[in-house]
Write a protein that binds this ligand. Structure first.
Ligand code: HEM
Length: 263
């Protein structure tokens, strides 16, 4: 009989002993608990980053074999799962809005120079997805698969569901791009709530630095799709001068305000 337990299977001994707040244990209890909460949220994000990399990687591999219908369908499964993971990741960021700011200010000294900007997994996700200036591996595999199938991305966008799996992949990629962007927006909002205009533990300008790194992947896909729809879109629009926008700070999809630009 298999005596494997739930705890052994999930290696819970290792997983649940990895939360080690640096706040001295004799400090105010709610301060120690706040740091525990901070650690758990970051660890959960890193676990989801791990799964996301696995799924995005598998999607890229499946695209390289997309002439096989089973591989192409599997790609949509990996991509849809990735989009859901990114949704969860945005919510995990929001949960940290319940970290009391006074406690964060009090235990922050124990973080030293540790910062999310050092996350290797996050950088790997950036390489797979790309940003507003650079296509990532996922999009490159998609463009190559479409071209091997003797069609073009413009044609895929124009045809919609009639082209089947490539249409579904296009929609999933756009969902992934939006949710990645939403994570970044949620993170900068959280940082603004927690730090105000104070700098980050890695020494950056904090929220302003992150604002400059907000970026939307798949620029070519979004441009081609927009062009493909332009002919259908004949509505008359007001001129920008009619709109009450003057004086507002402008943030473009590419993220060009403050700090360095995206990864
Ligand atoms: C109280 C909550 C948080 C604060 C105040 C915060 C603050 C910051 C700041 C200021 C930076 C810029 C680098 C620096 O100077 O340190 C940064 C970057 C980053 N943080 Fe957070 N963060 C928080 C929560 C999280 C969570 C839960 C994650 C999930 C893993 C995370 C992941 C990252 C990543 C990946 C970057 C790099 C972003 C990029 O390169 O665009 N952060 N964070």
């Amino acid at each position: 009989m298999n005596a494997l337990t739930y705890s052994d299977y999930l290696d819970l001994g290792t997983l649940l002993s990895a939360q080690n707040p640096r706040t001295p244990p004799e400090s105010d209890r709610s301060l120690v608990l706040a740091e525990h909460f901070f650690i758990v949220t970051h660890q959960s994000c890193e676990l989801w980053f791990k799964q996301l990399i696995i799924d995005l990687d598998a999607a890229a591999e499946a695209l390289a074999m997309a002439n096989d219908p089973v591989a192409a369908e599997s790609c949509t499964e990996y991509l849809d799962r990735s989009a859901e993971i990114l949704r969860i990741l945005s919510e995990q960021i929001r949960v940290l809005e319940k970290l009391p700011g006074r406690h964060f200010a009090a235990f922050r000294r124990y973080l030293g120079t540790a910062s999310g900007v050092q996350s290797r997994q996050y950088r790997e996700i950036g390489r797979l997805l790309g940003n507003d200036r650079r296509q990532g591996r996922l999009y490159e595999e998609f463009a190559a698969a479409v071209s091997r199938a003797g069609t073009s991305i413009t044609e895929v966008c124009r045809s919609g569901p009639a082209v089947g799996v490539f249409h579904r992949i296009t929609e999933s990629l756009l969902d992934i791009g939006n949710r990645y962007w939403q994570w970044k927006i949620g993170h900068v909002a959280l940082v603004s709530k927690m730090l105000g205009d104070r700098s980050g533990s890695a020494g950056t300008a904090g929220a302003d630095f992150l604002l400059g790194r907000i970026t939307m992947p798949f620029p070519e896909l979004r441009r081609l799709r927009s062009e493909a729809y332009a002919d259908l879109d004949e509505a008359r629009r007001p001129q920008p001068t009619d709109l009450p926008l003057s004086g507002e700070r402008e943030v473009r999809l590419g993220g060009d305000v403050g700090g360095r630009r995206g990864p």
